[in-house]
Design a protein around this ligand. Structure first.
Ligand code: MN
Length: 167
């Protein structure tokens, strides 16, 4: 079931996070949440087929196309999580403060269904947020060793919104 892993890790009697049994919204949304957990990271989430497909980006998204930001795929989250700002209690999964860092809607940059893009390991979107705008690609990196985690790279496209300059 889509949200089994998400629910298994959490005790909804103790954490203020949504349990994923609420209603979904019609718009296709994205959200980036700054999560000050044991390690600070930014959770990048795209609405897809009724859930938020999620990646943890340790250094956060960049508007500079020269930056390739590691994005580790995490479990799908419920749609209502896009509205979650709050403190996950000490001793619980992801303990720490979550703030919405950016949000908005997105379009697909290619005429390929998003689930298919995810399966092929290349997701290309056009974000319409406050901080993040324009084209971004998520590219799945080659599997390394026995680790079960999926490493992807989040890369800004060169477009009118891109930060200029190289590094
Ligand atoms: Mn997180």
């Amino acid at each position: 079931m889509p949200l089994d892993e998400y629910r298994r890790k959490r005790s909804f009697a103790a954490t203020p996070e949504p349990d994923g049994r609420g209603r979904a919204r019609p718009d296709r949304r994205f959200v980036v949440q700054k999560h000050d957990a044991s390690r600070l990271h930014y959770d990048f989430r795209l609405e897809m087929d009724g859930v938020l497909v999620s990646w943890a980006v340790p250094r956060g998204p960049s508007m500079n196309p020269a930056d390739k930001r590691l994005a580790v795929r995490t479990e799908d989250h419920p749609i209502e999580y896009a509205d979650f700002d709050g403190v996950i209690p000490e001793g619980h999964y992801g303990a720490g403060t979550v703030i919405v860092w950016d949000r908005g809607t997105y379009d697909l940059a290619e005429d390929v269904p998003i689930a298919q893009q995810l399966a092929r390991g290349k997701v290309v979107v056009v974000l319409k947020g406050k901080k993040l705008r324009g084209g971004f690609a998520l590219i799945r990196a080659k599997l390394g060793g026995a680790s079960s985690r999926e490493n992807w790279l989040l890369i800004k496209h060169r477009d009118e919104y891109a930060e200029k300059g190289t590094r």
